[in-house]
Ligand binder design. Structure first.
Ligand code: GRF
Length: 209
């Protein structure tokens, strides 16, 4: 099976990008990262890409202030490189409907809660964990899902829960969830790259050989 060509879209620290890089280097994922696109100019994620000789590029509000032009530039880069899979790894910008339609069921996102709880507009970064603690739920977790036109509404691929303990803070909870993200995202990407994910409506079927 040919290696899947992967683009990773990032905005910050890039710890999820790092897990993908590490898993590819270990031979766990049948793919190659062709490009890392960052919506922030000096993100640490771009540094991580450079450390592994992966091409990195800044496409953000400063060099492409117009949202349509920005998205069209991203599409151009993806098409030039014949990208099979787009991974949103902490990408904090909005993708255009055009891009989402072009790459239907080929864009994977990681979200730090159990969707459909604590997701959608306004639920990003620490805000998710703050809301979890504020609500008092006993479980939270991470979700890997395909991206559709909505915010965090696409078909769910994988989920895993963690306990919310009474002494948890945003800091401890985000660390617990991040640990799970680092397990789930490479696993979802691995499955995609082995053609093991079939999407029917909202349901994602994982084939086991
Ligand atoms: C992660 O918590 C991810 O779920 C969310 O943004 C964060 C990105 O972290 N979408 P990193 O940049 O991968 O370290």
């Amino acid at each position: 099976m040919p290696l899947k060509k992967i683009a990773v879209l990032v905005s910050g620290r890039g710890s999820n990008l790092q897990t993908i890089i590490d898993n590819i280097e270990k031979g766990n994922i049948n793919g190659k990262i062709e490009i890392v696109i960052s919506s922030k100019k000096n993100s640490y994620a771009l540094e991580r890409a450079a450390n592994h000789n992966i091409e990195g590029m800044y496409i953000g509000k400063k060099n492409y202030p117009d949202i349509d032009k920005r998205n069209n530039k991203i599409i151009e880069i993806l098409q030039e490189r014949k990208i099979d899979l787009i991974i949103l790894a902490g990408y904090m910008s909005i993708l255009s409907e055009k891009l989402v339609k072009l790459y239907r069921n080929r864009i994977i996102n990681i979200h730090p809660s159990l969707i459909p709880s604590f997701c959608g507009k306004g639920f990003y970064g620490f805000k998710v964990h703050e809301a979890v603690l504020e609500y008092g739920v006993k479980l939270t977790g991470a979700t890997v899902h395909f991206v559709d036109e909505g915010t965090d509404t696409g078909p769910v691929i994988l989920q895993k829960a963690v306990n919310v303990d009474s002494d948890d803070t945003v800091d401890t909870l985000s660390k617990k969830v991040l640990k799970i993200e680092h397990e789930l995202l490479p696993l979802g990407v691995k499955m995609f790259c082995e053609d093991k994910l079939q999407v029917k409506g909202r349901k994602v079927r994982i084939s086991i050989d």
